[in-house]
Structures are given as C-alpha cells and as structure tokens.
Design a protein around this ligand. Structure first.
Ligand code: UDP
Length: 454
C-alpha cells in the first residue's frame, strides 16, 4: 500500500486534545491506516501530537484553537475549556476542510471521524456535505448515563435521600453513580448543559459510531444504543491493543520505573495513577501516603506535576514517608502506563477509573481499586466493582486506616485473589475478541466495509 493512489479512501480524523481522548483517536488512525486508508489528522495547537510517532504518510493539519494560553483555559475547568475550544475551532476547521476538499480533485475524502467533544465538526462537515462518524472514547454505559441525566434536566449531583436508589434504566448504578462534572468553581451549570447537549447530539446525528469498548463488556448496553440510535455501531476496542506500537503520550514517560519493576517480585507492586486531569488535595495526598506506608505493600506511584493542589510536585509529601518507604516504593511524574500494567511485578492498580486506565487494566488482568473523581468515572467504578467484579470502589475522602485495609484486601486478601482470577478471564476475552473471528475483529471488518461504501 505504499502508493497513495492504491489506498482505499481518505479519512479526516479530529481528536479532542486531552490525553484520554487523543490516545484512542490516534490508535484508531494507526489502525485504519494499517487497513489501507489515507489519514489526515486535524489537530489543535494545544496538546498537539508528535508526527514522528506515526507513519510518514500521515498528514497532520494544525488548526488555530485561539487559546493563547491553553493551560490557563484548561485550568479553569473542563466545561469552559470544551466550550471555548468548540467556539474557536469552527472557522479554522472550515477553512482547513474547504482547502482540503478543493485540492481533492478525485473526491477521495470519504468520512470525517471525530470525537463527540469536538462537536463543531458536525456543523462544518454537514455544510460541506461530508458524512461523519463519531468516535466515543468512553463506554456505552456512561453514554446512556449521560443521556439519563440530560433527560432529567439535571447534570448535577443532588444531595438527597435517594442517592442509594438504583437508576431504573441501568439498575446496577445507584443515583450517586451517575456522571458528575464539577461546575462549582466556574458556576457554569448552563454551559455544562449546552456542552453536554451538543456532545450527545453529535453522537445521535453521526452516520455511525465507533466505540472504544468491546462487546463482551457491555453487550446489552451496546444493543440498546444500536436500537435507540438506529445507526451502525462498531465496538472495536480496546484500541490501544490494536495499534500497540504507537506512542500517544503527551508527557515524557519516566522509563526508569520499568527497570525498578524488574527488581520486584511477581504481583507484589500496587501501581497508583489518577490519569492526566484529576487533582487531589494536600489532605488526600497525605492520607494516601500514610495508608500506603501502613499497608507495607510495594508501590509505584505516579504523582503528575500540578496534580496536588497547592504544590508543584511532591513537596507536600511528609518527609518521614520517604524514609519509611524508599526501600519498597517509587514515585514518578509520568509512567509508560501500558507497559507498567503489563509487567509481571504489578499485582493491583489504584486508579481514578478513567476509561482508558480501566481498559488498560482489564487487558492485563490487573484488579483495581477505583477512586472515581469526576465525569464517567463513577459509572466505570460501578461496572468494575459490581458488574465485572474485577475490583472494588473506594468511597470518598478515606482516612489512612481505611486505605491501608483496602490495599491489603486487594493485594494480599482472598477477595483480591478472586478479583484477579476474574480479571484474568476478562483478559482472555479481550484477546479472543481482537483475534481473527473475534467480536471486535468482526466489528473492525464491518467498519472497514462501511468506510469503503459511503
Ligand atoms: N497515562 C500514562 N502515564 C501515566 C498516567 C496515565 O501514560 O503516568 C495514560 C494512561 O495509560 C491512559 C491515559 O493516560 O491511557 C489516561 O486516560 P484515562 O481515560 O484513564 O484518564 P483521564 O486522563 O482522561 O482522566
């Protein structure tokens, strides 16, 4: 397929510039490229991908995002960030697409595939009469959970006595497991409503949906989505397993932790990471540290710079914590997470329950302690702990004694052992699903046919 003219058609992909969204889209791009399609990635300047990590014939088209200081806008909160991005990118994207289409004398552009958070794409593609496909970077269950909240007209967590009641449409969820987005700092409930309705509308109006999930995890929910939306639904995940060679990390990975893991006994290390966005307070950090120290387990802990409120990195960790744990623990700024989870020394994952982290853990058969922070993470934690039963959920604001107990339950208790066994079964299901004839593989075949017959 070296000759461009032999390629099957040209796909324009538009990722959302947040780590957990960008990675699945870039993995999808690599996968579809391997299936013979030409790829253009239209990306913002904020958090732009590194072209040298991708095949040389990938076309990268930057568009102005109008964020003179992306970090500053991002720090104001996800909702204003999404709003501003969508407002600013529409015109540059229209210009970029118009230029591309006018250069495209043989009409090879067949689809625009975009992240539903980049809903400005829908308007432009519609105007230019290019069909769209949405990539949902989270799971089908949380999509339904968001639509339930939208129907109720309330996107906020309400403190009332029904928090433990099951949600009628998804009875394994309690009301308090429905997604949450924090609007407190910005007072932007109306904005949140607007962003969410655009995002859901983008999903509902696409000509097809690609999901970074796999059928075995959510078959009933995927059928419901298919039935409700009446468009082809392609669950082809986990995408990171489909194009494992490409590095999509936006931050520099500290690879020294792999050497450290080599010195540890099998299944003896708990890996801790709360993803690319979540923040914790000083008090939470200190309780985590003392809980870890008291558990006497070995650990690899990612503390992302800026993720502890009021500090640059780990200055707020008590100095005695280092003295007590330096022989059995390592703290890094950012790890090669997939490689870490695949390492035989890892026995458990204490995670915020972001969807990529959850999938990455499932793929390696690692049981989880889920400590959800925002968005869909409560839904994921409930799936992990009560549906697939490959982990347990930590409730809010735990004290060090409870943390110590939970870590021991996961790493050395009978429950943890059983969770690990179930996680290993899920790992096998993923592997089967991705193999020729498996359900994700079949979905990918169907998607490829769909892309060739717009
Ligand atoms: N990640 C990583 N190194 C780290 C921490 C996280 O590479 O030290 C990656 C992780 O593998 C995952 C992504 O960052 O692919 C986080 O995505 P997720 O959906 O779990 O959470 P989010 O960052 O969106 O909250």
């Amino acid at each position: 397929m070296e000759n461009e003219t032999k390629r099957r058609g040209h796909l324009v992909l538009v990722p959302c510039p947040l780590q957990g969204h960008l990675s699945p889209m870039l993995h999808l791009a690599t996968l579809l490229h391997s299936r013979g399609f030409s790829i253009t990635i239209v990306h913002t300047c904020f958090n732009s991908p590194n072209p040298s990590n991708y095949p040389p014939d990938f076309n990268f088209q930057p568009i102005s995002d109008g964020l003179s200081d992306g970090e500053e806008v991002f720090n104001r909160g996800l909702v204003p960030f999404a709003m501003e991005l969508n407002l600013n990118c529409e015109t540059p994207f229209r210009d970029c697409m118009t230029r591309m289409l006018s250069d495209d004398l043989q009409n090879t552009v067949v689809f625009v595939i975009y992240d539903s958070a980049m809903y400005f794409v829908h308007t432009v593609a519609n105007d230019l009469k290019v069909p769209t496909i949405v990539l949902r970077t989270s799971n089908a269950t949380s999509f339904i959970a968001f639509t339930i909240l939208m129907h109720k007209g309330c996107l906020q967590f309400e403190d009332n006595d029904q928090l433990d009641e099951p949600v009628a449409e998804l009875p394994f969820l309690r009301s308090k497991d429905l997604p949450r987005l924090d609007t407190s700092s910005t007072g932007c409930t109306a904005l949140l409503h607007e962003v969410m309705s655009h995002t859901i509308n983008a999903t509902k109006t696409a000509s097809a949906l690609i999901w970074n999930t796999f059928d075995h995890l959510e078959s009933t929910t995927l059928q419901k989505v298919q039935h409700d939306l009446q468009v082809p639904v392609f669950p082809i995940g986990p995408l990171h397993k489909c194009s494992p060679s490409s590095c999509t990390s936006l931050l520099a990975e500290d690879r020294s932790c792999i050497g450290w893991l080599e010195t540890q006994a099998p299944k003896s290390v708990i890996y801790i990471s709360f993803g690319s966005i979540a923040t914790i307070s000083e008090c939470e950090l200190v309780e985590m540290a003392w809980g870890l120290a008291a558990s006497e387990q070995h650990f690899l802990w990612v503390v992302r710079p800026g993720s502890v409120c009021g500090s640059k990195w780990v200055e707020l960790l008590p100095p005695e914590f280092e003295t007590k744990t330096s022989a059995r623990g390592l703290v890094v700024k950012w790890a090669p997470q997939q490689q870490v989870l695949a390492h035989e020394a890892i026995g458990g994952f204490w995670t915020h329950g972001g969807w990529n982290s959850t999938l990455e853990s499932i793929c390696e058969g690692i049981p989880m302690l889920c400590q959800p922070c925002y968005g869909d993470q409560r839904v994921n934690a409930r799936l992990v702990s009560h549906v697939w039963r490959v982990g347990m959920q930590l409730e809010d604001r735990l004290k060090r004694e409870q943390i110590e107990k939970a870590i021991r339950r996961l790493m050395v208790g009978q429950e943890g052992l059983e969770m690990r066994e179930r996680a290993m079964v899920l790992k096998e299901k993923v592997e089967l699903s991705l193999k020729k004839g498996g359900l994700s593989y079949q979905s990918l075949e169907k998607l490829t046919d769909f892309l060739m017959s717009p």
